[in-house]
Design a protein around this ligand. Structure first.
Ligand code: USQ
Length: 477
């Protein structure tokens, strides 16, 4: 028996001894989180935990002992299931007992080739990943190579054949800097992201199946402002002329072409709910950090990707990688930018909760803010520096964005559903885990890829050229 199977089997034996499972009540399949909050009914808190299975829950994973996850076992398509968030989510859902099919055109891997970059961690082919998971878990995860934005008929046929209950939609170009690099990347991002989202919506309607769409949106749709207070979850109360009170979609204020596609997605969702009574959940996620989850770290062939390059690497992971490889932390500008953050394991958990709690057919789009907390870039740099001793460096900001912003965000809905996320102040151990991975694969770092070459506009590009050479570029040279 492979080591990981042995580990799972051992957990299966000890699980019944765990006592917290009396919390789990009966399954409620079609209530919304919004309704729970409105009703202020504490008893509703139990519904999302309604597992009929005995399970072993640790901080970051759930090892399921039978085939009955919360909300019941579902057939789930994970669109974009080979990516940084998609892959660990696919494993998490498969591990819970869902029947998972990954659909991916490997565009993320192809863009790496285009950029001459690669994941810091070596990642196996999707075929090897899936075969390894099936071997260690005994599950039947499937993978279909398909370009969702351009292969509508094939996609529709796959839906008719497989009849999914849920589709989790990660299949979009997700990097703001890449989307701002040049006209080709701007056009690709719009065409790919809008094509993929609209094809998914059209195909759900044409299939005549009742499929819940769970979409990975972004906190960036709100524009990192404060709407006069805490940013609510998707909808905001406004006073219209004539003193009429109304709740409307929060105004969109995107900061990149990538973020703009997520705002356009939100309008498509609103329309399809109104016109075709689809069931849609839009998750406005913050910046994801971390790399492996307990499931992806079971076997090297399951390892998650880790982006550190200037276009795809996100801020905290970049800082942790830079600390591990003796590169000064690249704080853009003053580092006064405040953003929402979430650990990759909590991303998986949020998707689990969203799948278990679909809105009713025709109910307005369910929108949840998927973040653990907000934090300022310079404070994060300082925290990483304190733990690792890394040097912090201010570099010319390639992005057109506010140098300083306050950000207060509601994440009540996921909290109500039971999310107990990892917070940055308690994350020293997880920071070390990431730096350990970065140290292990240090030899794979291409230092020339660390600096971002994606400028939001000519002014930002000129300012970067005029700026004194940074320590990054000096080290790179
Ligand atoms: N930043 C630095 N130094 C770096 C990299 C980034 O100071 O080396 C700053 C950026 O200027 C920005 C902030 O850190 O103010 C965040 O940048 P990021 O690259 O970590 O994140 P972002 O481009 O906003 O996009 C990422 C994901 C995207 C997701 C989004 C959530 O790539 O898919 O939607 O985070 S959010 O930021 O909440 O909109």
């Amino acid at each position: 028996m492979p080591a990981q199977c042995a580990r799972l089997a051992m957990l299966a034996v000890i699980a019944p001894a765990a006592s917290a499972y009396s919390l789990f009540g009966t399954t409620s399949r079609s209530h919304t989180v919004t309704a729970q909050i409105a009703a202020q009914a504490p008893v509703a808190l139990q519904a999302p935990f309604a597992h009929t299975a005995v399970q072993m829950r640790t901080r970051n994973t759930v090892v399921q002992m039978s085939d009955a996850p919360a909300g019941g076992k579902k057939k789930v398509f994970v669109l974009g299931g080979d990516g940084f968030c998609g892959w660990p989510t696919a494993l998490h859902l498969s591990n819970l007992g869902h029947d998972v099919v990954i659909i991916d055109d490997l565009s993320r891997r192809k863009i790496d080739v285009e950029l001459g970059a690669s994941s810091l961690t070596p990642i196996s082919t999707p075929e090897v990943r899936v075969a390894t998971w099936n071997e260690v878990s005994g599950k039947e995860l499937k993978y279909v190579y398909m370009d969702l934005a351009n292969e509508y008929d094939r996609f529709l046929q796959l839906i008719k054949d497989e009849k999914p209950d849920t589709m989790v939609h990660f299949a979009e170009q997700r990097a703001a800097p890449y989307s701002m690099k040049n006209s080709a990347t701007k056009r690709y991002t719009i065409e790919n992201n809008m094509g993929a989202t609209h094809n998914a919506l059209c195909a759900i309607v044409e299939s005549e199946l009742d499929i819940h769409l769970v979409h990975l949106g972004t906190m960036g749709v709100y524009g990192y402002g404060n709407s006069g207070g805490e940013i609510p979850e998707g909808y905001i109360d406004v006073t219209l002329p004539g003193n009429r009170q109304q709740e409307i979609l929060h105004p969109a204020y995107p900061g990149s072409i990538y973020h703009t596609t997520k705002c356009l997605d939100a309008l498509l969702f609103q329309f399809y709910v109104k016109n075709d009574q689809l069931r849609i959940t839009d998750l406005h996620q913050g910046i994801v950090w971390g790399t492996n989850t307990p499931l992806t770290e079971q076997d090297e062939r399951l390892c998650n990707r880790f982006d550190y390059d200037g276009e795809y690497g996100t801020v905290l992971n970049r800082f942790l990688m830079q600390a591990a490889t003796d590169i000064p932390l690249t704080v853009y500008g003053t580092g006064g930018q405040t953003r929402g953050f979430i650990h990759i394991s909590d991303t998986c958990r949020c998707i689990e909760l969203a799948i278990a709690n679909p809105p009713k057919s025709g109910e307005r789009v369910e929108i949840l803010n998927q973040i653990a907390e907000t934090a300022r870039v310079r404070d994060i740099a300082e925290q990483v520096s304190k733990i690792t001793g890394a040097e912090v460096q201010s570099v010319s900001n390639p992005r057109q964005e506010d140098a300083e912003n306050e950000l207060v965000v509601s994440n009540k809905k996921f909290k109500l559903l039971g999310l107990d996320p990892v917070l940055l102040n308690d994350a020293e151990g997880l920071f070390k885990e990431v730096t350990t991975i970065a140290t292990k694969y240090k030899h794979r770092v291409d230092r020339s890829k660390v600096e971002s070459k994606a400028y939001w506009n000519k002014k930002r590009a000129d300012a970067a050229l005029d700026a004194a050479p940074t320590q990054v570029s000096e080290k790179v040279a």
